[in-house]
Write a new protein. Structure first.
Length: 51
């Protein structure tokens, strides 16, 4: 493998590695929000039932 190809391959791996964090972080935030919303909905529904 030529040195230039090795450097390009390494740079592509680093860029891919950083962009992998974006969907993982977004998914974690959405999961947290869904958990909090579901908890609040369940608690509020039990505390204040609809007539």
């Amino acid at each position: 493998m030529s040195p230039v190809l090795a450097v390009v391959s390494l740079l592509a791996a680093v860029v891919w590695h950083y962009w992998l964090a974006v969907p993982l972080a977004a998914g974690a935030v959405l999961l947290l929000l869904a958990t909090v919303a579901g908890y609040l909905k369940k608690v509020q529904a039990a505390k204040y039932p609809r007539p």
